[in-house]
Design a protein. Structure first.
Length: 128
């Protein structure tokens, strides 16, 4: 089982996300910053095109449109389904910089049944 946020985890989640439906307009260059992990701070990014996850890797993406910063504890809680990502944002536990309108346009994607199913599948293969 791949460890949460490891290179192997990103590779597995990218492969699992191939089944997601196309969603016109759901495109973004997203940078994630996760603070205080067991191995230190972690930076990773997603390249999302029309609802399809094209890249999910450790490191930094050039010219991110959205940057989300959160603690490792909160990131793990969101991934485990124990903390709602929108609630975490509203509580100030997920800090967002960049194009807020673009982030808001992605919310329907994260609330879709297909995305929720993917999250459940990822939870089942993740070691925390």
């Amino acid at each position: 089982m791949p460890k949460f946020l490891s290179p192997e985890w990103h590779e597995a989640t990218l492969k699992m996300a191939e089944s997601q439906p196309e969603r016109p307009g759901a495109s973004a260059r997203m940078q994630y910053v996760v603070l205080g992990g067991p191995d230190g701070d972690i930076r990773y990014y997603w390249l999302l095109e029309e609802g399809k996850l094209l890249e999910a890797q450790l490191g930094e993406i050039e010219d991110p449109e959205i940057t989300l910063t959160q603690s490792y504890e909160d990131a793990a809680s969101i991934q485990k389904g124990e903390l709602d990502a929108t609630a975490a944002f509203m509580q100030g536990r997920v800090k967002v910089t960049g194009n807020m309108a673009k982030l808001m346009s992605l919310l329907p994607l994260t609330n879709s049944p297909e995305y929720k199913q993917l999250q459940d599948e990822i939870r089942q293969i993740t070691e925390y």
